[in-house]
Design a protein around this ligand. Sequence first.
Ligand SMILES: Cc1cc2nc3c(=O)[nH]c(=O)nc-3n(C[C@H](O)[C@H](O)[C@H](O)COP(=O)(O)OP(=O)(O)OC[C@H]3O[C@@H](n4cnc5c(N)ncnc54)[C@H](O)[C@@H]3O)c2cc1C
Length: 490
Amino acid sequence: MAESNAETIYDVVVIGGGPAGYTAAIRGAEYGLKVALIDASPRLGGTCLHVGCIPTKALLFNAEIWEHVQDGAEFGITGIGTPALDWAAVLKRKNDIITKHVKGLEFLMRKHKIAVVAGFGRLTGPAHHPSDEVPSPGAPGQDGVHTVDVEKDGAKSQVKAKNVIVATGSAAKLLPGLKADDRILTNIEILEMSAPPKSLVVIGAGAVGVEFASIFRSFGTEVTILEFLPRLVPVEDEEISKELARVFRKRGIETNVGAKVEKVEKTADGVRVSYTDANGKPQVKEAEKVLVAVGRAGLTSDIGIEKTKVELDRGLVKVGEAQETAEPGIYAIGDIVAGLPQLAHVGAMSGLVAMAKIAGKHYRPVRRDRIPSCTYCEPQIGSAGLTEAQAKEEGHEVKVGKFPFAGNSKATIVGSHDGFVKVVADAKYGEILGVHIIGPQATELIAEAVAVMELEGTVDELMFTIHAHPTLTEALLDGYGAVEGMAINA
Ligand SMILES: Cc1cc2nc3c(=O)[nH]c(=O)nc-3n(C[C@H](O)[C@H](O)[C@H](O)COP(=O)(O)OP(=O)(O)OC[C@H]3O[C@@H](n4cnc5c(N)ncnc54)[C@H](O)[C@@H]3O)c2cc1C
């Protein structure tokens, strides 16, 4: 790892070493820029690596194997005896995966000679233009020098750079008056429980809520979801929400939508959640634990933003097409950005865009309608582009094709028949406007749809695009065909 040095003026300093920040830092080094990366945590990787994407997907994989083992006889696998769950081993595997990737990141920082500075970074104001005091070679088009204060264990230092990228990420929101502990959980505490709880109330049915609901249901927990809005995964196409609710109910997950949580209290050995149901009736649910998954707040306070012209919109940073803020030389990426979904791949791409702009290289702005949105519960959800309702609201004349996985041979082979592919296309030109998948490997399948939309593919072209047999991707081929009422397998 390159050492940071108070005299060095970096081309770029990145504040925050999550997927947005470390991706930007690496790309900066690849462009030949001198980069420093400040992180307040003892280990790089941010929410995504430590308490987000990676540990949850590790547990979901355990859950999948666990369910397969239970169904072993169906696949002709017998003689295993009664399977038992060694939760300590489950957690160890998750933690080992995290550690392996932390080491990988440390290696990449060394490889790219990125100066990693441990501590909490704060902006100190606009760039200083030291025309004669400080020489300013380096990145094209930049001549001011920014100073970032860094605090670690009470000791203070400074990092100077011509550009600053802020990538401080987000933290779970809690309901008013609540504090996380070993019974009132956020995404952090739930990943360290000593055993799966007997019962769990999940408040919030966005991606985080339904993933944890799915994981713990697989491990035998009695799960109840309380969602304020009228449907699960409310940002998805309505038919996806309906199908998820149907399959979750079949899996024994109790789902309550239109439920307004009024109070969360601790009981002698658990929690009591009082809520008003969709019919306006007061209800109470007791459980061993409650997970609060009601969204994430951008970490934009106490980082010196008020000393700059950087503008906020409800706590998130307003940026332009190159992730630039209103303060020259300061950029924002990842979960702190207003108007973009809080996803690791969006953060990473926004970092690549900012760094390309700083280096004077070609870039394409992040397009909101070209983002794969993935929820890794069982059944998985992968979507991109406009929902049917959004396409209509935008004034498109819309044609829709739907193909159920029940008609796909690979889905039969893997024993996963729930769900469907839904294709939303423009009726006049056949351009694909949105693809919504719920079912096996939906989070992998959606990559094709994003590429198709990037290339402005049409139904006509895709109906003649060969998809291998037998694969789940054939469900997409049938989905495109269904737009014209010409699916083969349904
Ligand atoms: C349970 C859960 C599951 C998720 N699953 C997925 C998924 O499967 N796929 C997906 O795409 N997204 C997922 N997400 C979202 C994803 O984790 C975030 O979108 C992503 O981590 C955001 O990246 P970031 O770099 O902006 O911020 P973060 O990952 O939050 O990283 C911010 C970093 O900045 C550091 N920092 C903060 N303040 C300062 C400061 N002042 N000075 C120095 N350092 C600072 C922090 O220590 C941290 O390392 C999930 C989130 C959760 C909670």
